[in-house]
Design a binder for this molecule. Structure first.
Ligand code: BTN
Length: 248
């Protein structure tokens, strides 16, 4: 994959910069937009991603795969695995994935967040922007963030590193995970299940306003999530309809 790194210093959002490059026709597959801080960092579900200066990682990768494009859920899982494995290169132990794609430490504190987006996707010319934010050096976080959930950083996990080193490892592993998505999606799904600790677990699946409980039997990009309820009944949830998944 091409590794053109475009450095913005302080910008609104690396994902918005990637979309701007796509819109003006200057984007190429594999471009990486990096910022030292973001004034309008975007998180999932329209939330803000806290993005102060000081050494944390804010990056977005442009993906222009051949038509018909990539399975969006598979892509999200691949990016999650790429970021997780990239951070493990820094010898941070006991990391895992939390559905759909947070990287968390052993006590569930969030270390990194991932946002995969596309805009007006054309089947003949698919494009995606895979944005990820990693807390690298920060040891203090805004109170409103901590009210939502525990948060951590590589520094708090004991890793002596910087955003450049974290980015380098993530880009290598992201490329490998995207190749895995194309060549062996079943293995990618198995790896995701293992790294999210979902295997055979009792889960609660959110689909729209409904919640369902059951034990995970399998996760497959074509079939979906298969859960077995207490009475042994199997229910299949297409992955694109799963908005939440948690251990119970
Ligand atoms: C989440 O809500 O967990 C996803 C957060 C994704 C944040 C990253 S930081 C780099 C890229 N640019 C953005 O504006 N958002 C993503």
């Amino acid at each position: 994959m091409n590794r053109r790194i475009i450095r913005h210093g302080v910008t609104d959002s690396t994902s918005l910069r990637a979309f701007a490059a796509l819109a003006d026709g200057t984007a190429t597959h594999g471009d990486v937009h990096v910022a030292s801080a973001q004034t309008a960092g975007r998180g999932r579900l329209g939330r803000e991603w806290s993005s102060p200066p000081g050494g944390d990682l804010y990056a977005s990768v442009v993906l222009l795969p051949p038509a018909p494009g990539l399975d969006p859920v598979g892509l999200t899982m691949a990016v999650g695995l790429g970021v997780l494995r990239g951070l493990e290169r820094l010898e941070v132990a006991n990391l895992s994935l939390k559905w759909p794609n947070d990287v968390v430490d052993a006590r569930g504190a969030k270390l990194a967040g991932i946002l995969v987006e596309s805009r007006g996707l054309q089947p003949s010319a698919p494009h995606y922007v895979a944005g990820f934010g990693v807390n690298v050096t920060r040891t203090e976080f805004p109170a409103e963030l901590l009210r939502e959930r525990p948060v951590t950083s590589l520094a708090l996990c004991g890793a002596e590193t910087d955003a450049e080193q974290a980015l380098e490892g993530i880009l290598v592993e992201l490329e490998a995970a995207l190749a895995q998505l194309s060549t062996s999606p079943h293995v990618l799904c198995d790896d995701f299940v293992a790294r999210a600790g979902l295997h055979g677990q009792e889960l609660e699946v959110t689909r729209g306003s409904e919640r369902h409980r059951g034990r995970l039997l399998s996760l497959d990009l074509d079939v979906g999530l298969t859960l077995s309820s207490l009475d042994g009944e199997e229910t299949i949830f297409p992955l694109e309809h799963v908005s939440g998944l948690r251990h119970i």
